[in-house]
Design a protein around this ligand. Structure first.
Ligand code: FRU
Length: 488
């Protein structure tokens, strides 16, 4: 298989540039692109003994540009090996970009990639998004001469031809295939469409699974759809959302649970809530691990804030820590993949009656997995907080106000030089009067799992190597247990 000139150019460029970037300037266990810009995870799957993760990629600058697919593989979801760029926009069907998509191993041993091919003419409505395929051996992929294999013209007239993207494909137990794709209905509602195929190459439109119903955004991007713990789960990333209930405005992420009838394509929605309550989480995609775990990974950024973000490195952006999913009482629960325990070094544990501000000996670091339980039973404590990434001028503060039952994540003082959203306040109800927090930090990011992953807050922070302090505070005595694992 020979590479096209644009693909070979990207492969040569990333190899040459990546060799100049010191590995220590990257996070320890969060995937970054070899060089240049990265956004959505694509093609996340387990194939031939390894996890494969592709992603939206513009190697030539740290800004979004003509979309390629970058590629990395991992044995443990923590250490990622870079692979050569997988797709470049080099055919008439994808001349303006290879947008997001997914992957499925075929019974003949090849890996099938399905992605959105974007083309543009000079007409005002000249953008077209159609679905394309490429097959390969896990490194090199050949695009189908029949691309685009799923054309927007197949859709009923009420659906957009301009906003029709991000196919997520899977194989059913009976050997047939399904695919969900995001769209914008003419009523300006985000919607998810289902397609089916007997062979993964010829696709028929089946119907609409669910839509924003004028409530949760005007366009739904990057869908995923799977069964977990007896529930049908739909993940979507809406654009142009208005604030409502727990949802913040703008770009968000939403999980819907319910039941689904595959014959009638009828989804009965039972619950809806944000996937992540932080600032830096978008376009999640899942893969099934060989041991049956449903693992989710997302772009640890958001379109609202990424474009103006400082670009201190020749690469831009990271993926989140992969998370193990489950559904408990209609809510999506997320836990760091258990493989993270293989990085645990130097464990410290403290059990204390906390009053005022306390820094425990040896409690510090930037690459940490920290679990904290605060037991408010028979305590008059009204304010608890924990500072991380702290020095004399900087910190990220996680507070809990018992009167309001609210957790506040505040990164205003993390060293940010921009007037962007820095604070999130979210209701957290305590179980047995206990607050449980697990915080994973890797140089430039914090992922906070609250109540055993029932609620998650993800935030990037600027690199600040000196600010590695951890401090606890309570306004009245309260019992605290903290376990800190340095990660290496
Ligand atoms: C989501 C998204 C996708 C699209 C891709 C383009 O972040 O807008 O809908 O395929 O990014 O890079």
């Amino acid at each position: 298989m020979t590479s096209s000139i644009p693909l070979q150019k990207a492969r040569d460029y990333e190899k040459e540039q990546a060799a100049r970037i010191p590995p220590a300037s990257r996070p320890l266990f969060h995937l970054t692109p070899q060089v240049g810009w990265m956004n959505d995870p694509n093609g996340f799957c387990f194939y031939q003994g390894q996890f494969h993760l592709f992603f939206q990629y513009h190697p030539y600058s740290t800004q979004w540009g003509p979309m390629h697919w970058g590629h990395a593989v991992s044995d443990d979801l923590l250490h990622w090996q870079p692979c050569p760029c997988a797709l470049a926009p080099d055919t008439p069907a994808d001349a303006s970009g290879c947008f997001s998509g997914s992957a499925v191993p075929l019974p003949d041993g090849r890996l099938l990639l399905v992605y959105t091919g974007v083309t543009e003419t000079h007409h005002p409505d000249g953008v077209r998004q159609n679905q394309c395929i490429a097959v390969g051996d896990g490194t090199d992929f050949e695009k189908s001469p029949l691309n685009p294999v799923v054309r927007a013209e197949l859709l009923p007239d009420t659906f957009s031809r301009q906003d029709f993207r991000d196919p997520k494909v899977w194989r059913e137990p009976d050997g047939t295939y399904r695919m969900v794709i995001g769209n914008r209905h003419q009523t300006q509602c985000g919607t998810i469409l289902l397609f089916r195929s007997d062979n993964a190459f010829d696709w028929q439109y089946t119907g609409e699974i669910d839509s924003s119903r004028n409530e949760y955004g005007q366009m739904w991007e990057c869908p995923d759809f799977f069964t977990l713990d007896g529930e049908k789960v739909l993940l979507v990333s809406p654009q142009q959302m208005q604030a409502r209930d727990e949802f913040h405005p703008g770009y968000g992420t939403v999980v819907l649970t319910g039941t689904f009838d595959d014959c009638t394509c009828h989804f009965t929605r039972e619950s809806i809530h944000p996937i992540d309550y932080g600032f830096s989480f978008y376009a999640p995609q899942t893969a099934l691990a060989p041991d049956g775990r449903r693992i989710m990974i997302a772009w640890m950024e958001n379109w609202e804030t990424c474009r103006e973000a400082p670009h201190p490195h020749p690469w831009f952006s990271q993926m989140t820590l992969p998370r193990e999913l489950s559904v408990v009482n209609g809510r999506l629960r997320q836990r760091p993949v258990r493989e993270i325990e293989t990085l645990w070094k130097d464990t410290r544990r403290e059990e204390a009656k906390l009053e005022g501000e306390t820094a425990f000996a040896g409690f510090c670091g930037h690459q940490i997995d920290l679990s904290v339980t605060v037991d408010f039973r028979s305590s008059a404590c009204r304010l608890f907080f924990m500072d991380v990434a702290r020095d004399s001028t900087r910190h990220v503060r996680i507070s809990y106000e018992t009167d309001r039952g609210e957790l506040i994540f505040d990164r205003s003082h993390c060293g940010s030089l921009r007037d962007i959203v820095h604070i999130r306040r979210i209701p957290v109800s305590l179980e047995d009067s206990r607050l449980t927090l697990r915080l994973v930090m890797d140089l430039e990011s914090i992922e906070l799992f609250i109540s055993d992953g029932e609620t998650v807050i993800t935030s990037v922070i600027p690199p600040s190597p000196e600010a590695d302090g951890i401090v606890f505070f309570a306004d009245q005595p309260v019992r605290l247990t903290a376990e800190l694992h340095a990660l290496a």
